[in-house]
Design a protein around this ligand. Structure first.
Ligand code: UD1
Length: 418
C-alpha cells in the first residue's frame, strides 16, 4: 500500500484539467443496465471506484471494456443474466447499490447486499427501498441482502423523500423510467450529478422532466436504447484544487470546471479573500496575501457540499480568525480533524460543529487518510506545511481523485507516491 510524501511550502502555479465526476460516472454505469446493447461513456476518470463498478457490471454478465487511455468505457448489456450483486464489490463502494433500481426495472428482480456502515456515518438505504416499494416491488431483507422483486413491470407512483438523498433519487429515477405510467419524485436531490443522469436517461429515450429541481416527473417507457454520454466534470476535484491554490499562496487555472456547480465554494472563498475569475469551463484562482475566517454549514445542493467540508476545514486552519464549520449531512464526518491536529491545527468539536482557530502554519507529520475527502484535506495541509508530510492509507484518495499527485506535480508541488 503506497504513501504520499509531500515537501510543503511551494505556491502552486499553472494549469490543471479536471477529470469526469466520480459521482456522475457511477450512476451512469448503473444506468447502462436499463438497456440491451452497447452504451459508451466518455471522459471517464481512471478511479478505483470506477474499476470496482465495472467489475460489478461484469459480474452481472455485462461485457465491459474500459479504455483508460481514451477515457472511454463501452458496456454491452445484452448478456446480463444475473440479478445478484456480489458482496465484496458492493461492500467496498456504496455507489454500487445503484444497480438495484436498474436491475429491478429490467429484470423484475434484484438481490444486492446491504451496504455496510462507513467511516463517515451509518448511511442507511431506507429511502431507496421506500421508493422501490412505492413502485410496486416487494422487498425482503435478510442474511445481509436486500431482495426486491415485482411481478411484471414496476408501476409509476408518487414518492416523497424524507431527505433529498442523492443515491435514493438516482436509484428511484432509474427504476421508474421503465415503469408503467407516471412517477413523481418529490423532495428529490438537485445535485448536478442527478441532472447528468437524467440527461443520459433522456438520450436513451426516457421521458424525464424536472431533474435539478425538487420535483422530478417520469413517464415510463417500454424500452430504452443504449446511450453515448460524456460525464460532467468533477466539481469536488475542482473545488479541492481551488483550495490547494489558495492555501499555498498560488495562482492556477482550472480547466474543464463548471463554476455554476461550485457556487457555494466560490462564494465562501471570495468571502475569505481569494480572487476567483469564472470563465466558460474554466476557473482562475489567485491566493491573497492573507485569508480571513468564514463560517460554513454543509447542506444538500445548492448548499455547501459535505464532500468539500474536510478540505475547507484544513483551509480555515490557516485563515486569520475563528471559523465555525457545521456538518449537517453525515453524523461522523470529522475524522480528518484529529489528523489535522497532529499537523498543528487548533480545532474543537462540539457535536456537529467544528470551531477552528485559524492562523496556523501546518507542520509536516505522519498522518493517515481515514476516508476519501479526509485524505484530500491532509494533502492540502501537507502542500503548505513546513517540512515533510507522509500520508498513509492513500487508497482512499485513489477512490476519488485521478492521478492526484501527477496533477499536483504539474503545478509545481513536491509530492511523490512511494
Ligand atoms: C452521495 C455521494 C457522496 C456525497 C453524498 C452527499 C455518490 C456516489 N456519493 O452519497 O459523495 O457525500 O451524496 O452529498 O454520489 N440517507 C438516509 N436514508 C437513505 C439514504 C440516505 O437516511 O436511504 C441519509 C444518509 O445517511 C446521509 C444523507 O441521507 O446522512 C445523505 O446521503 P445521500 O444523499 O444518500 O448520499 P449518497 O447518495 O450515499
Amino acid at each position: 500500500m503506497g504513501v504520499f510524501i509531500i515537501d510543503g511550502g511551494i505556491p502552486l502555479k499553472g494549469t490543471v484539467r479536471i477529470s469526469g465526476a466520480k459521482n456522475a460516472i457511477l450512476p451512469a454505469l448503473a444506468a447502462c443496465l436499463l438497456t440491451e446493447g452497447k452504451s459508451v461513456l466518455r471522459d471517464v476518470p481512471d478511479l478505483e471506484d470506477v474499476h470496482t463498478m465495472c467489475d460489478l457490471l461484469a459480474s452481472l454478465g455485462a461485457k465491459v471494456d474500459f479504455n483508460v487511455e481514451k477515457r472511454e468505457i463501452s458496456i454491452d448489456t445484452n448478456s446480463v443474466t444475473e440479478y445478484t450483486a456480489p458482496y465484496e464489490l458492493v461492500n467496498s463502494i456504496r455507489g454500487s447499490f445503484l444497480v438495484m433500481g436498474p436491475l429491478l426495472a429490467r429484470k423484475g428482480r434484484a438481490r444486492v447486499p446491504l451496504p455496510g456502515g462507513c467511516a463517515i456515518g451509518s448511511r442507511p438505504v431506507d429511502l431507496h427501498l421506500k421508493g422501490f416499494s412505492a413502485l410496486g416491488a416487494t422487498i425482503n431483507t435478510g442474511h445481509g441482502y436486500v431482495e426486491a422483486h415485482v411481478k411484471g413491470r414496476l408501476t409509476g407512483a408518487r414518492v416523497y423523500l424524507d431527505f433529498p438523498s442523492v443515491g435514493a433519487t438516482e436509484n428511484i429515477l432509474m427504476a421508474s423510467v421503465l415503469a408503467k405510467g407516471q412517477t413523481v419524485i418529490e423532495n428529490a436531490a438537485t445535485e448536478p450529478e442527478i441532472v447528468d443522469l437524467a440527461t443520459m436517461l433522456v438520450s436513451m429515450g426516457a421521458n424525464v422532466t424536472g431533474a435539478g429541481t425538487d420535483t422530478i416527473r417520469v413517464i415510463g417507457t417500454d424500452k430504452l436504447t443504449p446511450a453515448e454520454h460524456i460525464v460532467i466534470p468533477d466539481r469536488i476535484e475542482a473545488g479541492t484544487f481551488m483550495l490547494a491554490a489558495a492555501m499555498t499562496g498560488g495562482e492556477i487555472t482550472i480547466e474543464n470546471a463548471m463554476s455554476d456547480h461550485l457556487k457555494p465554494v466560490i462564494a465562501k472563498l471570495r468571502e475569505s479573500g481569494v480572487e476567483i475569475a469564472e470563465e466558460l469551463n474554466c476557473i482562475y484562482v489567485k491566493a491573497p496575501e492573507r485569508t480571513k475566517a468564514v463560517d460554513v454549514k454543509t447542506h444538500p445542493y445548492p448548499g455547501f457540499p459535505t464532500d468539500m467540508q474536510a478540505q475547507m476545514t484544513a483551509y480555515l486552519s490557516q485563515a486569520e480568525g475563528t471559523s465555525m464549520v457545521v456538518e449537517t449531512i453525515f453524523e461522523n464526518r470529522f475524522m480528518h480533524i484529529s489528523e489535522l491536529k497532529r499537523m498543528g491545527a487548533r480545532i474543537k468539536i462540539d457535536g456537529r460543529t467544528a470551531i477552528i482557530e485559524g492562523g496556523v502554519r501546518f507542520l509536516g507529520a505522519q498522518v493517515r487518510a481515514t476516508d476519501l475527502r479526509a485524505g484530500a484535506a491532509l494533502i492540502l495541509a501537507g502542500l503548505c506545511a513546513k517540512d515533510r508530510t507522509e500520508i498513509s492509507d492513500i487508497y482512499h484518495i485513489d477512490r476519488g481523485y485521478e492521478s492526484m499527485e501527477k496533477k499536483l506535480q504539474t503545478l509545481g508541488a513536491r509530492i511523490v507516491r512511494v
